[in-house]
Ligand binder design. Structure first.
Ligand code: GLN
Length: 533
């Protein structure tokens, strides 16, 4: 069958959960046996979110092929259990960069380079390339931002052109908000009408409307929206607030989103059924767990939980599979001192030390590592968190008081964490990082090897600094074992304490690869240790 292209736009306001709706639709189509990929188009000018502060758009997600991407790709992978790649996330910055470098090469043969057709052609090329080699039955493309934004205009224009070109193989879903005005006791459809008008003005008639609402959409509201927005009532889908995002696919299935989509694309919805057994098994565990597991996430971006999206979701997966309800506290590492560590960190079943960059909050992370080590509290350190574990060990066990990472203190005499020589000369902030999937060999008999039950693993990285192997022998002699080693470069990827309940630091980011159907073993076993007596 020809690849079908589905576009998801948003209106009225941001943060309505376009990413979750897109991922849910993807999940439902996949559960019917179709091959699906999800894509995100971001209208900002940055080439990628790699240089963005997590407070801007939340965490930076990393694909196996080393692309720093929007966090929606994390939702896609967690829901669909398939990997995404660089081509799954495009920004205006990348689109313009490609067009401008072609202009410099003379590719446009003296023509004036314009938004239409050159920028829109480049956007369309990026969408269609996902369907080009017949790998997917459905390409679901989510357009970032809100309809009516100046910066999203070229994207909507590209959708308009693609609908024309692709005809019946293309479908548009528009997600809007239906507010409830308490004083009037009514759901209001006007914002939806306006946002659909805006979309129509830009040349796109949505086929399906998904309405986010905090109150149930009545049949009258449905009819009214259908009438004013040129869609049939059965194509108006309600998306009510739910307790967990993992319930959304099931709700969308009940609402018939997948059925409507298949019908509109001229496919027979009766021909397949969405098999959601594995998904519902997880959902049931998640919803029925009552006993708590208390975890402290120590980090510096705690004001915006989206900054730790993948870590939080991984903890949710792992807790559910351990039949526990996650009670998570995000603790600002800047506030942790030697004097208050006991008071702040006692009472948790496990401590997770978060990744990060720069000096702020590092002291608190090091103190948290010391607290977990000395009090035998299960502890997982990720990336910078692992580096803080190593620094703490060098300072307090090996007695190197000034031990540090050269990221923070370039003049320390004990560079426990340092940059590799070849990386020191790279000036491009996006170019000097170790990004994407790397191999790691696990030491026989180690805790890491028993967790993965494998000898060779692949995990995703995003960092500049590394454990300095000059300290390897001393670390191991004193009980901190290097149990995951990169077979090509000999870099330490996992450290673990021998005499401790559970104390593991990973130089990589396991959180990027935990999915609903494949929870990450490091998180699952961390929670298991946290709940064991
Ligand atoms: N700042 C550290 C480095 O660059 C760790 C990065 C991270 O935690 N992702 O090596």
């Amino acid at each position: 069958m020809a690849t079908k292209y589905i576009f998801v736009t948003g209106g009225v306001t941001s943060s309505l959960g376009k990413g979750i709706i897109s991922a849910s639709l993807g999940k439902l189509l996949q559960a019917r046996g179709y091959r699906v990929t999800n894509q995100k188009l971001d209208p900002y000018i940055n080439i990628d979110p790699g240089t963005l502060n997590p407070y801007e758009h939340g965490e930076c997600y990393v694909t196996v092929d080393g692309h720093e991407a929007d966090l929606d790709l994390g939702h896609y992978e967690r829901f669909l259990n398939v990997e995404t790649h660089k081509a799954n996330n495009i920004t205006s910055g990348r689109v313009y960069q490609n067009v401008i470098s072609r202009e410099r090469r003379g590719d446009f043969l003296g023509k004036t380079v314009q938004v239409i057709p050159h920028i829109t052609d480049e956007i369309k090329r990026n969408v269609k390339q996902l369907g080009n080699n017949g790998e997917f039955d459905f390409v679901i493309t989510e357009i970032g931002g809100t309809v009516g934004d100046i910066e999203s205009l070229p994207y909507i224009e590209s959708v308009r052109q693609l609908r024309w070109e692709l005809g019946k193989d293309c479908l548009c879903i528009h997600l809007t908000y239906v507010p409830y005005v308490a004083a009037a006791g009514e759901l209001k459809t006007k914002p939806t009408q306006h946002s659909v008008k805006e979309l129509q003005q830009e040349g796109v008639q949505p086929d399906v409307l998904v309405l986010r609402a905090e109150h149930p959409i009545t049949p009258e509201v449905r009819k009214k929206v259908a009438l004013f927005c040129n869609v049939d009532a059965s194509s108006v889908i309600e998306s009510a607030d739910v307790k967990t995002i993992y319930e959304v696919p099931v709700r969308m299935q009940q609402e018939g989103l997948d059925t409507v989509v298949l019908n509109k694309l001229g496919m027979d919805p009766q021909a397949t059924t969405a098999k959601m057994d594995d998904w519902n098994f997880f959902l049931n565990k998640l919803k029925t767990a009552t006993q708590e597991v208390k975890i402290a996430l120590v980090g510096k971006y705690v004001r915006l939980p989206d900054a730790y999206k993948s870590i939080i979701e991984s903890l949710i997966h792992a807790s559910a599979y351990n039949d526990r309800k996650l009670k998570l506290d995000l603790i600002l590492s800047d506030d942790i001192t030697v004097a208050n560590a006991g008071e702040t960190l006692s009472g948790y079943d496990g401590i997770l030390i978060a990744p990060g960059f720069g000096e702020r909050g590092v002291k608190g992370k090091i103190i948290a590592a010391q607290y977990a080590r000395e009090h035998n509290v299960p502890c997982l350190g990720i990336c910078f968190g692992m580096q803080c574990m190593a620094i703490e060990f060098a300072r307090n066990v090996l007695n190197y008081q000034d031990a540090h990472t050269t990221e923070i203190d370039p003049t320390t005499t004990h560079k426990v964490i340092d940059m590799m020589e070849e990386q020191k000369t790279v000036l491009d902030k996006g170019g000097s990082m170790r990004l994407g999937s790397y191999a790691c060999r696990l030491t026989d008999g180690s805790r890491a090897a028993s967790i993965y039950d494998k000898e060779l693993i692949y995990e995703r990285h995003r960092h500049r600094f590394e454990f300095n192997n000059a300290f390897k022998e001393e670390f191991e002699k004193n009980g901190m074992m290097l149990t995951g080693i990169n077979p090509d470069t000999n870099l330490a990827e996992i450290i673990e304490l021998k005499d401790h309940k559970w104390f593991i630091g990973a130089q990589f980011h396991p959180e990027y690869s935990s999915t609903v159907l494949n929870p990450h073993p490091l998180f699952v076993r961390f929670i298991e240790a946290a709940i064991s007596q």
